[in-house]
Design a protein around this ligand. Sequence first.
Ligand code: XUL
Ligand code: CO
Length: 443
Amino acid sequence: MSDTIFSGFSTVKYEGPTTENPLAYRWYDPDKVVLGKPLRDHLRFAVAYWHSLALTGTDPFGGPTIHRPWMDPGDPIAQAKVKADAAFELFRTLDLPFFCFHDADIAPPGDTLADTLRNFHAIVDYLGEKMQSYPTRLLWGTANMFSHPRFMAGASTNPDPDVFAWCAATVKNCMDATKQLGGSNYVLWGGREGYETLLNTNMKQEFEQMGRFLTLVVEYKHKIGFQGQILIEPKPKEPTSHQYDFDCATVYGFLKRFGLENEVRVNLEANHATLAGHTFEHEIATASSFGIFGSLDINRGDPLLGWDTDQFPNDLWSMTMSMYHVIKAGGLTQGGCNFDAKVRRQSFTPEDLVCAHVGGADLCARAFCTAAKIIEDGKYDALLAKRYAGWQAPEAQAMLSGKRSLDAIEEKALADNLNPQPRSGRQEEIENLLMRSIYTDRI
Ligand code: XUL
Ligand code: CO
């Protein structure tokens, strides 16, 4: 292996909140035991290959600002290996346990489907070799079925069945690769599964195609004995104006429609939640209540811009409440926190990239520790429990479990001469309580 742009970095260590070292963890102490487990195993951080290794810094008004050695002209397979060497040195520098990739991030396309798959498997084998000498594991693999012009009218929802078939072949190979590399999950993000204008779109037909595609993916998972979770990543728009996997609730409806709600879960992304008009914690709580919570793409948007800016997270309030709902959902189990986040285009040095991950990991770690304390302290949960305490009464339980009909409920309401009085939602009291935990209490 040749020297990489990350080889000169020493591995980032936990130095505690008072350190002056910009390349040290202040809150993310991977060995710190919280709720019976080290933070490393709770948070399961992953580095995203696309943002960290493939980003060039382009935006709609400007060209590349970020140049890396593997982007120089050269043999594409050799350059993909230079990129992989650098990737694993970045993972080593950050000491984060996982990575994620799209097929197109790791290997160059070929002239035909067969050539493209050959290139892909060559680099997958190379990643497998790297994983023998580095501890980094694969959180998830996925297929990029949105960048190439062939996907412009959709991937599985394309009006052209040949594109559907191309996608089936691609996903089959990406699932094989994810299994080969011991991945914990396989993700499907439908960037082009939607439409720009209804005028040229047969929505019913496209739903059928998408449902069939996902069914094929689930069947193949069982066929090859892949133990990972299949995850759909909701996003309401961008690149299309109407994306079918709009948000968690929409995905749940889609899964129910095709009988896949026990087979597929969601990978929730903070910036996608806000684009859908939700908070990140809303999406996590929704997934948790439907029993489909899977994994997280950690980032943030810019409320002043309104598109998917994929910035590293820095909102402690939102992240703490998100982690609260993660813990309530039973934790990340096979999922993780994937940094689907990119540095700004002026941040073109390797050091900027390291710094960005350090800040993101610190924020999430601090948020997780505070959320755990809020739960251990119990005051917030007690307030919530009190608000719903009436539902513990036998008559209320009978209504909830379906033992009372509408007319029976009416009869009793009249007999009891019901006259419910308003009760305070105690919002400000709750906000003040949580504010103390988040901003004042030591973790
Ligand atoms: C796009 C996005 C993707 C998915 C994987 O907004 O989040 O990077 O996470 O395809
Ligand atoms: Co994402």
